[in-house]
Design a protein around this ligand. Structure first.
Ligand code: DMJ
Length: 456
């Protein structure tokens, strides 16, 4: 089914928005997101590995030809370093490792080089935004005290390690190792990492902590850096398990109805709200269970299972059976969005991602059942003639479509669904680590040099 879904999403993107960043499936035209500046083709690059894995050979070929002829980084564009890294660099790296086609390696390294000026700050903590022509960087104007964002500068590690590996140039890995160094020198309030860090002063901004937006994939990349290093990156491992300990103590709570959730922390006060983005943490806890101290393994799996259940409840308690952007545990509600501007669903993957990890780790059939419920809801409410669209209010009985087919729907949501219903030997966890945009990167095994290309 996910293959049919992919075909529908891809064919419509091709028909109405080819070469542009994303598709507007209702108005049937291109959608340009300012996250990528003038870099074009986000959906193509994000979808390459999904097409490959699903064996959509013709489509993969046309996507590759587009990359060869049209993907151009010599543009005057201010881009988000994080978004371009996870979607473009990550997408190109995966396409290279899966297919062995040199063009993807070349483009990935070329783009990586374009991102390097972002690290020209007093601390080496990169800017959020970079003009890839002039090399001038800055931060989001809304970020506390001119800060860079934890989930942005903390989500470069996997891709940059691979860029060094593939180019022979150590500079990429050095840049991300320096980020670790800066973080390790700083005092962490209650062992937690605030979302904001000023790249000039090297000081934290507001003490807001989140495992959802602004924080999320920083934690994910600590664990995955260790796994991707064939479990040699002890520093990443230590930082991950210590962070999880602090998160458990200060952020994880159980509702009176028995649902485990991860709250947000604001200078010591808890906001009892969990984002859709935070739901990825179920899969992360599951994936990290194996490396936890032996008496804690079962506990981490259990935590993953509980987060999966809570996030499933957030879907089940809506009329469309698709989850809201954020849900709350206060004012008499549990796992329900209370604010109008938190009731939307934009085709995000995190809940299905967690089902996929928990399925592989436990083989409990409920994860496939829950995944199937999501497929039915997507088909019923998000599928339109011109592709797939997000929904403005999942508690309403009538769809109001937002008219965007996000590129991560093709790279993540559909890939994780496909993997959820595939055998475990398709991209096995011993050999592959998924970047935060679901692009698989090979584990760099200690003893086998460049063999990883063959580890499909
Ligand atoms: C994706 O770009 C990535 O999963 C990122 O980590 C978070 N946001 C979107 C999907 O929701």
């Amino acid at each position: 089914v996910s293959l049919q879904m992919m075909k529908h999403a891809w064919d419509n993107y091709k028909r109405y928005a080819w070469g542009l960043n994303e598709l507007k499936p209702i108005s049937k035209q291109g959608h340009s997101s300012n996250l990528f500046g003038n870099i074009q083709g986000a959906t193509i690059v994000d979808a390459l590995d999904t097409l490959y894995i699903m064996e959509m050979k013709e489509e993969f070929k046309e996507a590759k030809e587009w990359v060869e002829k049209n993907l151009d980084f010599n543009v005057n564009a201010e881009i988000s370093v994080f978004e371009v890294n996870i979607r473009f660099v990550g997408g190109l790296l995966s396409a290279y490792y899966l297919s062995g086609e040199e063009v993807f390696r070349k483009k990935a390294v070329e783009l990586g080089e374009k991102l390097l000026p972002a690290f020209n700050t007093p601390t080496g903590i990169p800017w959020a935004l970079l003009n890839i022509k002039s090399g001038i960087g800055r931060n989001w104007p809304w970020a506390s005290g001119g800060s860079s964002i934890l989930a942005e500068f903390g989500t470069l590690h996997l891709e940059f390690v691979h860029l060094s590996h593939l180019s022979g140039n150590p500079v990429f890995a050095e840049k991300v190792m320096n980020i670790r160094k800066v973080l390790n020198r700083l005092d962490k309030p209650e062992g937690l990492y605030p979302n904001y860090l000023n790249p000039s002063s090297g000081q934290w901004g507001q003490h807001h902590v989140s495992i959802g937006g602004l924080g999320d994939s920083f934690y994910e990349y600590l664990l995955k850096a260790w796994l991707m290093s064939d479990k040699t990156d002890e520093e990443g491992k230590k930082m991950y398990y210590e962070a999880v300990q602090a998160i458990e103590t200060h952020l994880i709570r159980k509702s009176s109805g028995g649902l485990t959730y991860i709250a947000e922390w604001k200078g010591g006060l808890l906001e009892h709200k969990m984002g859709h983005l935070t739901c990825f943490a179920g899969g992360m806890f599951g994936l990290g269970a194996d490396g936890a101290p032996s008496d804690k393994t079962g506990h981490h799996i259990e935590l993953g299972a509980e987060i999966a259940r809570t996030c499933h409840e957030s879907y089940d308690r809506t009329s469309m059976k698709l989850g809201p952007e954020a849900f709350r545990f206060d004012g008499g509600v549990e796992a329900i969005a209370t604010r109008q501007n938190e009731k939307y669903y934009i085709l995000r993957p995190e809940v299905i991602e967690t089902y996929m990890y928990m399925w592989r780790l436990t083989h409990d059939p409920k994860y496939r059942e829950w995944g199937w419920e999501a497929v039915e809801a997507l088909e019923k409410h998000c599928r339109v003639d011109g592709g797939y669209s997000g929904i403005r209010d999942v508690y309403n009985n009538h769809e109001s479509h937002d008219d965007v087919q996000q590129s991560f729907f093709l790279s993540e949501t559909l890939k994780y669904l496909y993997l959820l219903f595939s055998e475990d030997d398709l991209l096995p966890f011993e050999h592959w680590v998924f970047n935060t945009e679901a692009h698989p990167l090979p584990v760099l095994h200690k003893d086998d040099g460049n063999k990883e290309e063959n580890q499909k």
